[in-house]
Design a protein around this ligand. Structure first.
Ligand SMILES: [Zn+2]
Length: 311
C-alpha cells in the first residue's frame, strides 16, 4: 500500500479556504474544525515531517479522520483514490494498473537519433512526404490524452510528490518517474533541459504557444512555448527556448495563446552561430506528436512567416 495522498485544501469553521502552506504556520491561522476543500467530511491538518530519521520528507497536508468511517463525499475532487480510479477507467488503453500505482505505456521504439530523420525530402509543392497525423486519431492520441489527464489530476494536488509517485511512464521496459517524463515549459524549462541531456527516453512537454514562424534558413517552421519570462540554462548562461519544428506548416497550425502538449524525442541544441540561445526542441515525425490540451488565452492568429532566430 502506497503512502496516502494528502488533501491539498481545507475549509475552516469560518468558511475560509486554506492551502497546505497554512499548516506549517505558527500559530495555525484556521478555526477548527476543518473540512475537506471540496466536500463536507472533517479533515485533520498534519505538519510536514520526516517519518523516520533519514527518511523522505512528507510535506504538510490535510488528512481524513478515517478512510473507512468518514470518507470523502461522492464525487469529491480531492478523493484521490476515486479520481485515479475514474482516470484509469477512462484511459485503460494507455495505462497499466499495479495496485494503487499506474503506468503510462509509451509506444515502443528506438530513440530517434537526430534531426536527420526529420529532414525528409519535400515534395514539389513543398510539403513533407511523411504521413503525420498529430491531431486526434493519431496512434499516439490515447497516450497523449492519458498523459494530459494525469497532469490535470496532479495539478489539482499541486503536484504533490506523493501524488506524482503513483504515476510512471514505461518506455521499452524502463520505468520513468513522472517528474522525468512530464514537464510544463513555463515552470520546468531548466529541469526539462537537464533531463533530456541525461536520458534517452521520450518526454511530454506542455506549454502555451507564444510565437511562431519559419526558420531563417527556410524550409521548416516552428512554434515556441512560453517559459514565463525566460529561463537561463546552467552552466552556459544561455536563454532556454522550447520549440517544436516541422517541415509542414499545417502541422503547426495552432494559435498563439493555445496550450499544447508535445510528445516525443525532445533534444537539446546549442547553435554555433548564436552566443545567447540554448534550444530544447522537438521535431514532429512519426514518433512524435503535438496536440491541443486547453483553451486559447489570446485571440491573435499564428501563421506569420517572421523568421525565428537561430532556428
Ligand atoms: Zn473531500
Amino acid at each position: 500500500m502506497s503512502e496516502p495522498v494528502g488533501i491539498p485544501k481545507a475549509i475552516d469553521s469560518s468558511g475560509r479556504t486554506f492551502t497546505r502552506a497554512a499548516i506549517d504556520d505558527d500559530p495555525q491561522p484556521f478555526d477548527r474544525p476543518l473540512r475537506c476543500g471540496d466536500c463536507t467530511t472533517t479533515v485533520i491538518p498534519v505538519r510536514g515531517s520526516s517519518r523516520r530519521p533519514n527518511s523522505t520528507w512528507v510535506a504538510a497536508h490535510y488528512r481524513l479522520t478515517s478512510r473507512e468511517s468518514a470518507p470523502h463525499d461522492e464525487g469529491c475532487r480531492y478523493d484521490f483514490d476515486a479520481q485515479t480510479g475514474r482516470l484509469y477507467e477512462e484511459h485503460r488503453s494507455a495505462l497499466v494498473r499495479d495496485g494503487d500505482t499506474f503506468e503510462l505505456r509509451l509506444p515502443q521504439g528506438d530513440p530517434v537519433p537526430d534531426r536527420s530523420e526529420s529532414e525528409v525530402p519535400t515534395s514539389s509543392h513543398g510539403r513533407s512526404r511523411l504521413t503525420v497525423h498529430p491531431r486526434p486519431g493519431h496512434h499516439l492520441e490515447p497516450t497523449l490524452s492519458a498523459a494530459t489527464a494525469i497532469a490535470r489530476l496532479l495539478a489539482t494536488y499541486e503536484n504533490d510528490p506523493t501524488a506524482q509517485s503513483r504515476f510512471t511512464a514505461d518506455w521499452n521496459g524502463d520505468r520513468i518517474p513522472w517528474e522525468d517524463f512530464y514537464f510544463d515549459a513555463a515552470r520546468d524549462a531548466h529541469r526539462l533541459a537537464r533531463t533530456i541531456e541525461q536520458h534517452a527516453h521520450p518526454v511530454a512537454v506542455s506549454g502555451t504557444i507564444k510565437d511562431s514562424g519559419s526558420t531563417t534558413s527556410g524550409g521548416s517552421y516552428s512554434i515556441e512555448l512560453d517559459t514565463d519570462g525566460g529561463v537561463r540554462h546552467r552552466p552556459t548562461g544561455r536563454w532556454i527556448h522550447v520549440r517544436i519544428y516541422s517541415t509542414d506548416p499545417d502541422l503547426l497550425d495552432f494559435q498563439v495563446g493555445q496550450r499544447i502538449l508535445g510528445y516525443g524525442q525532445w533534444q537539446t541544441w546549442i547553435p554555433d552561430h548564436s552566443a545567447t540561445n540554448y534550444f530544447v526542441r522537438l521535431w514532429l515525425n512519426h514518433r512524435s506528436a503535438m496536440t491541443r490540451i486547453g483553451p486559447v488565452r489570446q485571440t491573435s492568429r499564428i501563421g506569420s512567416s517572421r523568421p525565428t532566430q537561430g532556428g
